[in-house]
Ligand binder design. Structure first.
Ligand code: 5GP
Ligand code: ZN
Length: 119
């Protein structure tokens, strides 16, 4: 499958790993939007939130558990952080392998609303 995050999972594209188990990988975003910016992905290819099936729900729950743990390890659990999932064209989803952005380490701006661009 020609998927960037599957290649990162397989190791054919390198990444700066922050956490890994049999099902989930967390690595630093290549273009950080804040001092802490990591991506939480399942190793299983799921295209987007729209493609989550009932059998995937334990995996999605575990991604949240990993987010909690990684936030602690990266020192933002108390200062605060944002967990973001982009799904589909209007969100600007660029990589079609489901992921959460965990962003923090600085005061974050208000959630963005309608925009002319997906800069
Ligand atoms: P999306 O817009 O799909 O929600 O987010 C995709 C994210 O993947 C972007 O924040 C982008 O910076 C990040 N990204 C794209 N290519 C790579 C890469 O090769 N390595 C890493 N570590 N992050 C990437
Ligand atoms: Zn994939």
């Amino acid at each position: 499958m020609d998927c960037l995050f599957c290649k990162i999972t397989e190791g054919s594209i390198p990444s700066q790993k922050v956490f890994e188990n049999e099902r989930i990988l967390v690595f630093k975003d290549i273009q950080p939007a804040a001092p802490v910016h990591v991506l939480i992905i399942p190793k299983k290819h799921i295209g987007s939130m729209n493609d989550v099936e009932e059998q995937d729900l334990p995996l999605i729950a575990e991604m949240h558990q990993v987010a909690q743990q990684v936030a602690k390890e990266l020192g933002v659990a108390e200062s605060g952080y944002r967990l973001i999932n982009n799904c589909g064209p209007d969100s600007g989803q660029a990589v079609h392998h489901i992921h959460y952005h965990l962003i923090g380490g600085a005061k974050l701006g208000a959630l963005t609303g309608i925009s002319d661009s997906h800069a």
